[in-house]
Design a protein around this ligand. Sequence first.
Ligand code: 13P
Ligand code: SF4
Length: 338
Amino acid sequence: MNETLEQAKANLPVQGFLRYKELIIPQGTELIQAILDLKKEKNAVILAHYYQPGEIQDIADFLGDSLQLARQAKGTEADMIAFCGVHFMAEAAKILNPTKKVVLPDTLAGCSLADGCSGEGLRKMREKYPNALVATYINCNAETKAESDIIVTSSNAETIIKALPKDRPIIFAPDKNLGKYLIKKTGREMILWDGSCVVHEAFSMERIAQQLMAHPDAKLIAHPESETAVLELAHFVGSTSALLDYVVESKAQEFIIATEEGILHEMRKRAPNKTLIPALVFDESCNCSECFYMKRNSLEKLYLCMKYELPDIEIEEELRLKALKPIEEMLDLSRNIK
Ligand code: 13P
Ligand code: SF4
């Protein structure tokens, strides 16, 4: 089948399922070559989060955590950004760089945090505390960002919360686990939205304690979206990129890793002689430490979104400008963070 772009647009609903099984998609090394050819032809850049499937990480031009990816998206000179991550990340790329075409392999790559905090919900919370500043984790949609005074990521949240005026209460949304961790680290009281990450909440403190007993020299490292009990047990807590740096730079040889398993791919490359043990989750029968939203993306869908330039992110300009303000504040306040 040799479909034109116009025919493909008619066939592929932007929100929903790519009927990609009906299209001809190269396989194996030909698929990789086809993606590289599309990259050249369309002057595209492929940005990927550390939680993406390994084969996507391997083909990416830039691999990073949410802060690093936002910076790359803002600074790129490419005409097209193929964003391999979840929807809110691709949306942030579009907010920062509206003249670029931003495509993502699967629009259903959502996030439990973003899905659980609407702009309207946050506006209502804000009405209850009219004097409060609203600090919102980047894991949220554009409407929610537009209701926020400042955005944070796991890399810069502590720095930013510490920098907020001391005489104003703070509403923190949507991740209550990160919020509780920040209250402890900064000493700032915050009113917390009741949201959580389905992946990081799945870790079992009891089963991790058993892993630590079985590996007495191992360091437990955890992402701050994990529950307080896990964070209290951890030797080190940090953002995805901070966990990666810790494994590479630490003198320890063994690590129990309480975050999404995709990061192990880059950890294995950068620290090939170290022993990396995924932390255990409550339910032995599930792959709960893999984010099923992140794993919706595949090389086939990456190829299709680049070829047909769909699904692409579009944001109404008034909303974009409102959402841009708190993101820019964040980038400004975290200039010195890696
Ligand atoms: P990072 O900010 O560490 O990239 O985290 C993003 C995320 O979705 C964690 O679950
Ligand atoms: Fe959202 Fe959690 Fe998946 Fe990150 S790991 S994208 S916070 S559901």
